[in-house]
Design a protein around this ligand. Structure first.
Ligand code: NDP
Ligand code: GDR
Length: 370
């Protein structure tokens, strides 16, 4: 039975990847951080009681900023594959926590690679590094491929640039199977609540259900190549199953503006919105509401811009070229953007129906604005 170790198992990708590897018969080990509240909501459905015998899913306390525990866990597990997904993954927050981000996202990658080397596992353990389209940053060429030059635009992207190159360096210096998946944005109903897609689908569900008035967003002109996380974790696995260690871009090849994602999400609940105004004065109003369950008056303002969501340096346009992954890995996404939006909005409507029920029976529901 193959053993996999996943850092960042409590995150969006960690959860889908753990599910996929369990399905494939792996023994899956994950590193979770200590937190003052439970932080395993995304993996509770695959949790196995450690008191039972023959379990295939185990969690270990750890942190990418602590090399001693990284070495100990890798020594204990002796993994065939390591997926390094752990990271401070929020681009805007990285401007506020630049040193921590560098430590975890940059040096954290080195800690994994060096632990494998020190423990003499270079021939046994394959390593996947979660690299990102944020490396491309300021547009050098479109679409972006494995050959496009990098120009990172945030402390997050600069830290990930170190992670990318240290992975390449260990591969070349020590003949390790250490590879980068350069993944473009991928989303799902499990996406963190403060990333723009999930922020929008949650707000759309809450507005439709009468729990929220409007949503405040930042740059509506940015363009992203969005795929579904379920498809993208499949690609991570395929990258480690190759005979030759190589880096791959994983993307859909289609890019969309934030404002168009907003329109698509509202359309899922039968609400048509129209944008007007410019820059910080741009808003969106309801033009038509045709869903029998949701009654929103025409003309109501449901989107406004708040400059506090603008970034000191922005990445305006991402569109990936997935030719190499499609031809060499045989990877093909099952979800297009419409199916992704449908999945996310449907999940959030279901989630917030519960809040509406609680509210209607006199309970206070949390205020979800971010
Ligand atoms: P999430 O933010 O959902 O998950 C991040 C994970 O990293 C969580 O499990 C988090 O733990 C963990 N983590 C954070 N800090 C540390 C630390 N100091 N030590 C150990 N673990 C830590 O990210 P995603 O699942 O979306 O992304 C997975 C990886 O892929 C990340 O590295 C991200 O940067 C990268 N990536 C993501 C893309 C995307 O579009 N989703 C695209 C390209 C790359 P906790 O739950 O306790 O916070
Ligand atoms: P990104 O994702 O920065 O691409 O990083 P995010 O969803 O945060 O932003 C995408 C774009 O939307 C614009 N935007 C807003 N963003 C947020 N979060 N909140 C807003 O209110 C808002 N309004 C507009 C942003 O300015 C940006 O242009 C994600 C993360 O998962 C990274 O870890 C990963 O590496 C990259 O995707 C690929």
């Amino acid at each position: 039975m193959k053993k996999a170790l996943i850092t960042g198992i409590t995150g969006q990708d960690g959860s889908y990847l753990a599910e996929l590897l369990l399905e494939k018969g792996y023994e899956v080990h994950g590193i979770k951080r200590r937190s003052s509240l439970f932080n395993t909501q995304r993996i509770d459905h695959i949790y196995e009681d450690p008191h039972e015998k023959n379990i295939r899913f185990r969690l270990h306390y750890g942190d990418l900023s602590d090399s001693t525990n990284i070495i100990r866990i890798i020594q204990e597990v002796q993994p065939d594959e390591i997926y390094n997904l752990g990271a401070m993954s929020h681009v805007q927050v990285s401007f506020e926590e630049p040193e921590y981000t560098a430590n975890v996202d940059g040096i954290g990658t080195l800690r994994i690679l060096e632990a494998v080397r020190l423990l003499g596992l270079t021939k046994k353990t394959k390593i996947y590094q979660a690299s990102t389209s944020e490396l491309y940053g300021l547009v050098q060429e479109v679409p972006q491929s494995e050959r496009t030059p990098f120009y990172p635009r945030s402390p997050y992207a600069v830290a990930k640039l170190y992670g990318y190159w240290i992975t390449v360096n260990y591969r070349e210096a020590y003949d390790m199977f250490a590879v980068n998946g350069i993944l473009f944005n991928h989303e799902s109903p499990l996406r963190g609540e403060t990333f723009v897609t999930r922020k929008i689908t949650r707000a759309v569900a809450r507005i439709a259900l009468g729990l929220q008035d409007k949503i405040y967003l930042g740059n509506l002109d940015a363009q992203r190549d969005w795929g579904h996380a379920k498809d993208f974790v499949e690609a991570m696995w395929l990258i480690l199953q190759q005979d030759v260690p190589e880096d791959f871009v994983i993307a859909t090849g289609v890019t969309t503006r934030i404002r168009d994602f907003v329109k698509m999400a509202f359309a899922e609940v039968g609400i048509e919105v129209e944008f007007s105004g410019t820059d910080v004065d741009e808003i969106a109003r309801v033009v038509k509401c045709s869903h029998p369950d949701f009654q929103i008056e025409t003309g109501r303002e449901v989107v406004a811009v708040d400059p506090r969501y603008f970034r000191p340096t922005e990445v305006e346009l991402l569109i990936g070229d997935p030719t190499k992954s499609m031809t060499k890995l045989g990877w093909k996404p099952k979800y297009d953007l419409k199916a992704l939006v449908q999945d996310m909005v449907a999940a959030d409507v279901l989630l917030f129906r519960k809040d509406r029920l609680l509210e209607s029976s006199g309970h206070r529901v949390p205020n979800y604005y971010e």
